[in-house]
Ligand binder design. Sequence first.
Ligand SMILES: *Cc1c(COP(=O)(O)O)cnc(C)c1O
Length: 422
Amino acid sequence: MHHFHYVDEELYCENVPVGRICEDVGTPVYVYSRETLVRHFRKFEEPFADLNHLICYSMKACSNLAILHVFCGLGGGVDIVSGGELYRALKAGVPPSRIVYSGVGKKAAEMDEALEADILLFNVESEEEVELLAQRAGTLGKKARIAVRVNPDVDPRTHPYISTGLKRNKFGIEVERSLDLYRRAGSMESLEPVGVDCHIGSQLTDLSPFMEAVDRLGELIGALRSEGINIRYLDIGGGLGIPYDQEEPPSPADYGQAVIERVRDMGVTLILEPGRVLVGNAGILVTRVLYQKRGTLKHFVIVDAAMNDLMRPVLYKAYHGIWRVLQDGRGGEPRKVIADVVGPICESGDFLAQDRELDEMRSGDLLALMSAGAYGFSMSSNYNSRPRAAEVLVVGDEYFVVRERETYEDLIRGERIPDKTP
Ligand SMILES: *Cc1c(COP(=O)(O)O)cnc(C)c1O
């Protein structure tokens, strides 16, 4: 469910015509619907109402301050994976008591920043990381609350690049080996083991891998408590999928019910780290058709957005629906074409859709790449010296530019030619 819909033949986000935003702001542009963000957060949270819980939005999915502000206003926290994300979260007003810090490669300076902020929890992933965190916390005179991210070795059956909970993945520590690490951490003055954590992958369309993982974590909590390690938090990560194309992922309600059944009697505060399911369908990327080119084998639609704006198609072979912002008003069924939608970048991987059946269109037409809210803008780059797109948040009948389109000056910020260059 989202708030992008047609009124007559024109695509609207909530009560604002998408075409008007493009006239004012230009293309390519990311457009987010606030109402959809709110709805998704509430739907996701609903099943957990009777349990102590904290929803820590996985902000790498879409880290704009305005988006963080929306979720924070609904009582949410964030899951961060870098010092930069901590900086953003604090700027957006997220209370440190609602921040958890995940990631396999935290640097000392990043740990220090998070310790100074006094975040809720560090999700630690290796023996060496635990040693460093203990040392940094000791030096700063702090006590770091930690959860060990365990790798429950379940197959999430998703794209290999977004599968994280198998033994061959770089993430987490095997359940059996985590016990020693908990004992070691428990003996350290500057660390307090308070939680158990996992995150098994992304875009999961089946409940069973989640449930297997939760069961394994439940057993681990029992084992730890029997040794006197007082586990108070269970963090089950994110990963719930969304429909991009034909997928039929479990609803947040079904997911929530299944989790609740298992967690209800564990006596923990449940932490959830949803990313995609909150923002994915709440955002679109709008682009303008520049040219069309008909070869003998392929029909190419060349647009002004490219792989630097939306990496998912080339990175994961991901599918994004393509809707026309203005449907043809000439009556009758539009003619169809089978086309590749490609950008201006000098790479054959620069496509947004391949062999896609689309309504026949003309140069100048606007196209919306649907479900682009998650891992869209946040993965964008300046490749080919392309300024990154603007981001717009729609609120009812108003819209706000929440990130300006980058300028050419932005592109060279911080660069300099050394004096010694002849
Ligand atoms: C990416 C990530 C998430 C969010 O995953 P989604 O599939 O977007 O829900 C949650 N936790 C961790 C540790 C992550 O790396």
